[in-house]
Write a protein that binds this ligand. Sequence first.
Ligand SMILES: Nc1ncnc2c1ncn2[C@@H]1O[C@H](COP(=O)(O)OP(=O)(O)O)[C@@H](O)[C@H]1O
Ligand SMILES: [Mg+2]
Length: 224
Amino acid sequence: MPNPIVSLDHVSRVYAMGRMEVPALADVSLTVHPGEFVAIVGPSGSGKTTMMNVLGCLDRPTSGQYLLAGTPVSDLDDDGLARLRSLTIGFVFQSYNLLPRTTALDNVATPLLYQGVPRRERHARARAALERLGLGDRLDHESTELSGGQQQRVAVARALVTEPALILADEPTGNLDSQSGAEVLALLHELNSAGRTIVLITHDQDVAEAADRQIHLRDGRILT
Ligand SMILES: Nc1ncnc2c1ncn2[C@@H]1O[C@H](COP(=O)(O)OP(=O)(O)O)[C@@H](O)[C@H]1O
Ligand SMILES: [Mg+2]
């Protein structure tokens, strides 16, 4: 087996609420290997957002160890963590999070800017990613000129353009009609078939069915 991309070892995340402690994640262990397509599914309050923030290095565990692509996140300062995140993870969000008044091409090229890739190469790679997702005729469109499904495909292109080891998708179909949602799930499936590792976070059991493996969260714990 190659090294895991995600390794959570007895991870907890406890929020302090005055004198109360809220264990949003409690003793969670999870391993995701390269090439897997895993869904993390649970109802409201089960810990999905907390899990997303920990996996995405936007938050740190209170206890336990998280290794992302073999690197213990606890060894990194905030800048180091941001660098590891930008090199390793492509994010897809429910609300697309595209930059307004910015073309599809520039939206997709932006993560490469943070990696210091020269302009010409940024645009070539962004164009290739958009063409791959069937948006080659939408390069110069701004988000307001695109449907929800198209905006989410731009977001997927942006997540892919850095060739990240992991795609982390948080309710990626939550704002879409059922047909556009099914298309985005089919797209994730296709990317996974091409070897991309995907973690999909959702409250929707039907959406979770798109994955090869489902992890069920309840009250901050993984159901076994
Ligand atoms: N910043 C916070 N402070 C205190 N409690 C929180 C905070 N964020 C989440 N929680 C609590 O942690 C639990 C899990 O929340 P969350 O991860 O948002 O679940 P989900 O995304 O599945 O709805 C809930 O009980 C929630 O109230
Ligand atoms: Mg949530």
